[in-house]
Design a protein around this ligand. Structure first.
Ligand code: SF4
Length: 432
């Protein structure tokens, strides 16, 4: 058993998953647990504020937990005053008496004969499993009957948002907490979607927001600036509109002393024309043109439909039915698709709102961010499909985002003791 993590004993103690009838200390004194205490995740004893009765005397203090009592000395607790307030040593195997720094013997409870071995075997099996997730065999049954899944998923979703906001924080730090600038950069990266996020980010880094804001009322100038900065106006074009864009860009480039990116960094391969970076750039120009300011428009959003509508503004006449400069006209229009707008809500708007709400103490804004995710459909990827096959009910992006955290931070790291499904699988009632 010793090769199990100590967290398993913490879990057993925290939820009192052992036979608690006629408890005795290793010295044969009657023991009663009033309160197991609060788990301590920092340095010091494992549980704080526990309350126990030994031989009818009430004790309040801390509990330390080990697989063997001799680990007390192995960890040098006998020399550490922080352990003087330990009132009970809970061990799987009591192999020797141990003492506090002040010389007092520590009362010990041995669990070896009181733990449900089916639970230990189940835990063992999960830790050794080589399946896609360790509880694959049990999850279907557990997930259907598990109450409280909603609260657990909510916690996972918050973890996901915290993780996503990490890169926004870094961006804000680089920009002296200029929210407008950081949102512009982050939104630009979002417009690159998976394939062109990096070139789009570079485009925003070399194109100052103030310059775009100065020309925000003129869509042609915005397109000229962004397409030109992206390197798409270096060639000669036949269409009159493209020639105008090029002339406009050369004028603005000179005026603001701008430097453009090389066009070859943009990827077009294996992509539907509607996703071409040229189209995403003119959509981004249209978004800036139709917003008073990107950031202040974003923080006004209350509902998903409002966000979606904002994110697919109408592009200029030239680009409405064309994917490339001088390109043929296509039958389909070039407004942002609903699914792309939703991806921007998922990856840009919601994390940004969540962070802004947190940083500014605006709880309602963080709640709107979560609500947006509750109102867009779940993404379809391999992780989500696999969980669906295992019987998990996944409807919204809030669910799918929560499951991504579950897989990456819990299942893959075998942190089943911290997961609602793992706890359910290991509780004594499901082991009988
Ligand atoms: S973390 Fe939870 S869902 Fe993942 S394998 Fe463990 S018990 Fe199952």
């Amino acid at each position: 058993m010793r090769n199990h993590p100590e967290e398993l004993l913490h879990f057993i103690w925290q939820f009192q998953y052992f036979d608690t009838t006629a408890l005795q200390t290793s010295r044969g004194e009657k023991l009663q647990i009033i309160k197991p205490g609060m788990m301590n995740n920092n340095a010091g004893p494992d549980f704080f504020n526990s309350r126990i009765k030994i031989a009818n005397q009430l004790w309040a203090g801390n509990v330390e937990i080990h697989w063997k009592s001799s680990e007390w000395e192995l960890h040098n607790h006998q020399q550490d005053a922080a352990y003087n307030n330990v009132i009970l040593h809970v061990v799987f195997d009591h192999d020797r008496d141990v003492y506090k720094k002040n010389g007092d013997l520590i009362p010990t409870l041995e669990l070896k004969s009181r733990i449900n071995y089916i639970m230990l075997h189940r835990f063992n099996a999960m830790m050794k499993a080589r399946t896609w997730i360790p509880c694959e065999k049990q999850l279907k049954e557990i997930a259907i009957q598990e109450e409280g899944t909603g609260i657990f998923f909510q916690k996972l979703l918050i973890e996901r948002l915290e993780e996503k906001t990490q890169s926004i924080r870094e961006l804000l730090q680089q920009n002296s907490w200029n929210w407008e600038e950081a949102f512009y950069r982050f939104m630009a990266r979002g417009f690159g979607f998976k394939v062109n996020s990096e070139p789009f980010y570079q485009l925003s880094a070399i194109t100052p927001l103030q310059v775009l804001v100065r020309h925000k009322n003129n869509l042609l100038q915005l397109e000229a600036l962004l397409l030109g900065q992206a390197g798409f106006l270096d060639k000669s074009y036949q269409d009159e509109y493209m020639q105008r864009l090029k002339r406009e860009y050369l004028f603005l480039k000179n005026k603001y002393k701008l430097t453009s990116l090389p066009a070859h960094i943009w990827k077009f391969g294996r992509m539907r024309p509607a996703n071409f970076p040229t189209i995403r750039i003119v959509q981004f120009a249209a978004l800036i043109h139709h917003s008073s300011s990107l950031f202040s428009r974003m923080i006004e959003i209350k509902r998903e439909e409002e966000a979606s509508q904002w994110l697919y503004p109408e592009v200029s006449e030239y680009w409405k039915y064309r994917y490339m400069p001088d390109g043929e006209l296509s039958a389909k229009g070039n407004r942002m698709g609903k699914s792309s707008a939703r991806l921007l809500i998922l990856n840009v708007v919601a994390p940004f709102m969540f962070l802004y709400g947190k940083e500014r103490g605006l709880e309602s804004m963080s709640e709107i961010a979560i609500e947006l995710l509750n109102n867009i459909p779940a993404e379809a990827n391999r992780t989500i499909k696999n969980f669906e096959k295992l019987g998990i009910n996944i409807k919204t992006a809030a669910d799918s985002q929560a499951l991504i955290v579950l897989k990456n931070r819990y299942c893959d790291q075998k942190r089943c003791l911290y997961c609602i499904f793992g706890k359910r699988i290991l509780t004594p009632a499901s082991n009988e």
